[in-house]
Design a binder for this molecule. Structure first.
Ligand code: GDP
Length: 200
């Protein structure tokens, strides 16, 4: 699969609209989820070799949408709204969380979920919620530890092992890999996992 071919298709405020535009029983989707500022836009841009595909450093807390990028006629990448931004009113946070849960639990064409977490502070409650929603729906998860360039190799390995241990109960349903959009670290591994998920 050539991920450089990704191009913006549509935005949807929730799964009902998404289902209306793109019925869930059609094709294959790979979703990207993460706390706001985890490095999701940078990772999407890096993986598709397109600097401006997903906007980086958006003002957190603005109205958020599910953004869909088309890879080919049958395959799509889905950029889910970033969660966990402290200054968003509780009611709005709940609404987003609901939309994320709905997507992860109900979207039929979902083939895999990448949960992006800053390697310096991974596995927050909402990250665990995303991972368990996906696992309960039997969707494979890639827990991507972003901004890995911010840690020395020895610290990085220690953190990866800790996260793997913490998620050990999920066995091979959750893979854990380091990533750096800045340095390109982890890109071949991630692309190979995404490719696997793209197979029918
Ligand atoms: P998003 O809110 O999850 O989409 O996060 P962004 O992609 O906008 O990134 C948030 C901030 O982290 C920006 O200032 C990025 O430049 C920075 N950032 C993202 N990825 C990396 C990385 O791999 N290494 C470093 N050092 N900074 C990164």
């Amino acid at each position: 699969m050539d991920f450089r071919k990704a191009k913006f298709l549509i935005s949807a405020p929730d799964i009902a609209h998404l289902n209306q535009y793109l019925p869930g029983d059609a094709g294959v989707e790979i979703a990207f989820a993460g706390r706001s500022n985890a490095g999701k836009s940078s990772a999407l841009n890096m993986l598709t070799d397109q600097k401006g595909l997903a906007r980086t450093s958006k003002t957190p807390g603005r109205t958020q949408l599910i953004n869909v990028f088309e890879l080919d006629e049958h395959r799509r990448l889905v950029d889910l709204p970033g969660y966990g931004f402290a200054q968003v009113p509780l009611a709005l946070k709940k609404k987003w969380q609901h939309a994320l849960g709905e997507y992860l639990q109900e979207r039929q064409c979902l083939a895999g979920v990448v949960v992006l977490m800053d390697i310096r502070h991974p596995l927050k409650d909402l990250d665990m919620q995303m991972i368990s929603w996906a696992v309960e729906s039997e969707i494979p998860v890639l827990a991507l530890l972003t901004k890995a360039d911010k840690m020395k190799q020895s610290e990085r390995m220690k953190m990866i092992n800790e996260v793997r241990k913490h998620l050990g109960d999920y066995d091979d349903r959750v893979k854990v890999e380091p990533f750096s959009s800045l340095k390109g670290l982890g890109k071949p591994k991630v692309l190979s996992i995404l490719n696997e998920w793209c197979q029918p």
